[in-house]
Design a protein around this ligand. Sequence first.
Ligand code: UT7
Length: 336
Amino acid sequence: MYNSKITGLGYYVPEHVVTNDDLSKIMDTSDEWITERTGIKERRHVKEGDGNTTTSMGVKAAKIAMERAGVGTKDIDFVIFATLSPDYYFPGPGVLVQKELGLDTVGALDVRNQCSGFVYAVSVADQFIKTGMYRNVLVIGSELHSKGLDMTTRGRGVSVIFGDGAGAAILSREDDTSKGILSTHLHSEGEHAEELSLIAPGMGKRWVNDILKDNHPDDISYYPYMNGQFVFKNAVVRFSEVIMEGLQANNLSPADIDMLIPHQANLRISQFIQQKFKLSDDQVYNNIMRYGNTTAASIPIALTEAWEEGRVKEGDTVVLAAFGSGFTWGSTIIRW
Ligand code: UT7
């Protein structure tokens, strides 16, 4: 048996900054409301003509992670791509990464677990490495939300929250099983699938022929829907549960956490978890103020930034935790 270890991290966000004041010019919202309810001050959106796609942002993040890990294209054995905003309905972006990076014809897997996507993807990579099947796995979380949001007052409960960006990690074989990914913990509860969802253009909604016929101009099921308060209440419970589950599986307590990287859904959720586990500001990383909620990209972007700032060091106990649409949630316990 081996462990897997994160040997390289990278992220990419589009240059175009969209502030809360920018949004208040196109919908009935305010910097005060967004800041107070979410902690977000600005987010990044792709701009027409800047060439950014979910895949291309993921590739940019991946190149940085590969360079930092010291692995070349020939060293990558498998690609896992987590996103809810793929370039195409199918195929998923995993194969596009294989092409863009010029990898050998290695396997490419797409993960559809929204905000928990990166934690799920890391878990899958970890299993492949633990069994000895692969040595280096490229894991990407990337989202292009802005092209799919309802940027009118009707959609303000969702559209002010989400931002675009990508993060990537290289997971590599580690012989010392006391290091690297110690354990991963995954959950789901499909009963609440519709509480945070994008129903169309799934085949469950209607015949594609009908969509083409009359174009359904008022069909809001083409925009993401979120029952915010219900999701919030579930998030704080599940975040707490799954962090404790991970700690207990490794005989650790909250005081042992050197760095908690929570999925950046809402600053109030992070602060609730921080207070509940009595963690200091040094033990929790937040960057939702600058990027909003970037779904599958939020943890790898935050982890990369924390690492770049020297806040994640060798020997540290690092906890990743996510909750989101599905509902799905999960945690990863790492000895850095
Ligand atoms: O990442 C996946 C997991 N996602 C989450 O965990 C998100 C969880 N939920 C949340 O973060 C919060 O529920 C939100 C930030 C989405 C919303 O905050 P809230 O405090 O739950 O607000 P609310 O939805 O209860 O809305 C309160 C009021 C409503 O007006 P009335 O009915 O009280 O008159 C909304 O219409 O705020 C209004 N509102 C807004 N006002 C200004 C909703 N969105 C906006 C907006 N600007 N952007």
